[in-house]
Design a binder for this molecule. Structure first.
Ligand code: ADP
Ligand code: MG
Length: 728
């Protein structure tokens, strides 16, 4: 490795970050350290990555983080890296990711083992002791409560000072500290101690929803068996599943869980994918079909060729994706963050007015109004508000993923519920994507030549039609002639030179430009199109050699899935490169609008047109030659059967190719947004109520903080309802 920069990186594992504001706090504070160039905080993974210019700053980073009240459990310094490793993307390096998953999957610390938990317990115990001491020796009561309060307040006050030094004077901790100290000064020590304790409870609860959501997705990794039965020279031996290399052959006995993603080499069995994808009916699978790590083999012995290393299998990718998604902020969350920035100082101002104006200007009693002012400070704690959105989003993202609906972040989750038009690709999206060759028609050449030429051209192609043609050629055991100069033309077909002549296979329209068809040939092709078959024409040299017709079954729930969308007011459109007659035949069966004979760029253009007309567009496709349209849409949803889904290119993915899942995503999004609105209403509503009762003197200090702790509980419970859906 060459040392190209002096830049260095520190990776830390940090405990105790479980709210959205934690990340901002740490980022802001670390940026203040001289030499730090970039900071990335991942709350879900509990990691902080710091890029710096190579000076010795480990200790200062460690100190800054612990001053803010978090615990650094691991620090790893990497200096003088190549530029590639210097990405601050919060992601652990690839080879690390697997061990990282293991770490998370292990039963972690219980809440009472964390520093926060211990502090809360200590503070509660001190409060109870102070209460008893006060009862026994009433004269010492004030002092006892003062000491009890200190137990909880000292760490909070220290955090508030570090935050203030790092440029955040209006932290929640600062509000707490002022309120508690103020309460002592006006002689309300008992209440001050209770307030600190309640605040700690609230803080402890803040992370519950997000942690549960994270645990729910982490649970997936527990589905993968630790060991696998590896075949080697006819011998079978038990090995660690995470040592399996791509290409290894493993045996899976009936009833066993599959230990790696792979392709069946031999055997046939029904496979229960419920734990991984939520698909409840077992699926019959045989040779060449894909199986996923974590699914359960039913009744047959399978031999499987491993296609992904443990750190890269579908479950690992899903977990990684969901964790990343939970890190990215939803627009609503950003809004709330901005809002709290003004809200907290605003409350401080109001509290000051209430405390000082009446006594100064209207002759009010000092201690009564200061008491009210302090209570208002506590009402300024925006804890419940800050978690209102991320808690719901984290729960929904996990719940979705557990049933095969992947969304790459809060922003996508918010957006999906607002779409007004859904543009569907045909092959592999509304259809199963496994076309079968039904007819081979010879025009200029005999049948065997037509298939042989076509298959030779398609040999390198991953298009579903190509696979169908290759399968057919395989069945007939044709030997394929070599090709040269091959190139695929997206949405059109493939051309190459075979046996010295230029051969083309592809859409009738494109074929017509190379060699015109006779009217008799055209009408034969039309007849096949009317049956809903896709026809690709083979042109050899300047003559039409023949045609291959293929039929692709519609997905069983295609019609129902589209209907579910129209029922909620979303327009569904089919955009396809296929021939007009075939497309119309299919559109009629499905009852949706059709635009056909489109090139990939046409699909993209149509998406853009919809957007210009004010529609919010979702594009649903398999990613094979419709990637531009997927990218152009407001939401691009990849549809597929697991491993090969274009997870990387789309905003969202439907893992097991159910058309109904598009509507399910829309529904999940809408329910999430309702949940978020409820959370915000609870968080702010309780504040409003207690603001009024405080000013008119009905409630005092501890109900003010209880309002926030209570709201945190309600918000958490409400958000967890979203997670429930997936678990039953
Ligand atoms: P869809 O919109 O259904 O995804 P495509 O855009 O992939 O369809 O392809 C449009 C048409 O172009 C197909 O119906 C087919 O006639 C032709 N075509 C494209 N690629 C190939 C190929 N590899 N082999 C044969 N025909 C192809
Ligand atoms: Mg396609």
């Amino acid at each position: 490795m060459t040392v190209t920069t002096r830049a260095a990186k520190i990776s830390l594992q940090v405990e105790g970050m479980d709210c959205a504001s934690c990340a901002t706090k740490i980022e802001t504070a670390l940026h203040r350290i001289d030499g730090v160039t970039d900071v990335a905080v991942s709350v879900p993974r509990g990691t902080v990555t710091v890029l710096h210019d190579g000076k010795e700053i480990d200790d200062r980073v460690r100190k800054q983080i612990s001053d803010l009240g978090y615990q650094v459990t691991r620090l790893e310094a990497v200096s003088g890296d190549g530029p590639k490793d210097n990405r601050v993307d919060g992601k652990p390096p690839h080879e690390e990711s697997h061990s990282h998953i293991d770490e998370r999957a292990a039963p972690g610390q219980r809440w009472w083992q964390t520093r926060k938990g211990m502090l809360t317990i200590a503070s509660g115990a001190a409060l109870a002791i102070a209460f008893l001491v006060g009862k026994a020796v009433p004269a010492t009561e004030q002092w006892a409560f003062l000491l009890a309060m200190m137990v909880g307040l000292i760490p909070i006050a220290r955090r508030s000072l570090s935050a203030a030094r790092a440029g955040m004077p209006f932290s929640i901790e600062m509000l707490m500290t002022i309120a508690a100290v103020g309460a002592i000064i006006i002689g309300a020590a008992e209440e001050a101690a209770a307030v600190v304790f309640l605040f700690l409870i609230g803080e402890l609860l803040e992370g519950v929803a997000a942690n549960r959501a994270r645990a729910s997705i982490q649970d997936l990794t527990k589905l993968i068996p630790k060991t696998a039965r590896l075949e080697d020279n006819g011998q079978v031996s038990e090995v660690q599943a995470d040592t399996l290399a791509v290409g290894a052959i493993i045996q899976i006995r009936p009833g066993d869980r599959i230990s790696a993603d792979g392709v069946i080499v031999s055997g046939e069995s029904s496979i229960d994918e419920a734990p991984v994808t939520g698909e409840s009916t077992p699926i019959r699978k045989g040779p060449e079909e894909i199986v996923f790590a974590g699914t359960v083999n039913g009744d047959g012995l399978l031999r499987v060729r491993v296609t992904a290393a443990a750190s890269d299998n579908t479950i690992a990718r899903v977990v990684r994706l969901v964790e990343e998604a939970q890190e990215s902020k939803a627009p609503t969350e950003r809004f709330i963050d901005r809002f709290s920035r003004y809200y907290t100082p605003g409350v401080v101002a109001v509290a000051a007015l209430v405390a000082f104006v009446p006594p100064l200007l209207f002759g009010g009693g000092w201690s009564g109004w200061i008491y009210k002012g302090l209570a208002i400070l506590l009402i300024g704690c925006p804890c419940a508000l800050v978690i209102s959105t991320p808690a719901a989003i984290a729960a929904s993202l996990s719940a979705g993923a557990r049933r095969g609906l992947l969304m790459k972040g809060g922003a996508v989750l918010e957006q999906i519920g607002k779409i007004t038009v859904a543009c569907f690709d045909k092959t592999g999206t509304l259809t199963v994507g496994k076309p079968q060759v039904t007819d081979i028609i010879s025009f200029g050449r005999n049948e065997a030549d037509v298939l042989r030429f076509a298959a030779a051209l398609e040999a390198g192609s991953s298009h579903p039609l190509a696979k169908a043609i290759l399968r057919k050629a395989g069945e007939r055991q044709l030997s394929l002639p070599p090709t040269s100069d091959a190139n695929a033309i997206g949405g059109v077909g493939v051309r190459a030179v075979v046996e010295g002549i230029e051969v083309f296979v592809g859409s009738p329209k494109a074929a017509g430009e190379r060699a015109p068809m006779t009217s008799e040939q055209s009408s034969q092709v039309s007849a096949l199109n009317h049956e809903g078959k896709t026809v690709s024409i083979v042109v050899a040299g300047h003559e039409v050699a023949g045609a291959i017709a293929m039929r692709d079954e519609l997905r069983p729930d295609a019609r129902a899935g589209l209907k579910a969308l129209t029922e909620v007011g979303i327009k569904a459109v089919l955009l396809t490169g296929d021939n007009r007659r075939t497309a119309n035949a299919i559109g009629e069966q499905l009852g949706i609008e059709v635009q056909s004979e489109l090139l990939p760029e046409d699909k993209q253009r149509i998406v853009g047109q919809f957007q210009k007309e004010g529609w919010l567009v979702a594009k649903i496709g398999d990613g094979i030659n419709d990637a531009p349209a997927l990218a152009a849409a407001d939401v691009g949803i990849a549809m597929g059967g697991g491993a090969d889904v274009a997870l990387e290119t789309a905003d969202a993915a439907i893992l097991h190719g159910r058309v109904l899942d598009v509507a399910a995503m829309v529904d999940l999004s809408k329910r999430t947004m309702i949940n978020i609105r409820q959370n915000i209403a609870v968080a702010l509503g309780l504040k409003a109520v207690f603001l009024v009762t405080t000013v008119i003197g009905v409630t005092g200090l501890w109900p003010a903080i209880l309002a926030d702790t209570g709201a945190t509980v309600l918000v958490t419970l409400n958000a967890l309802r979203l997670l429930k859906v997936a678990e039953n």
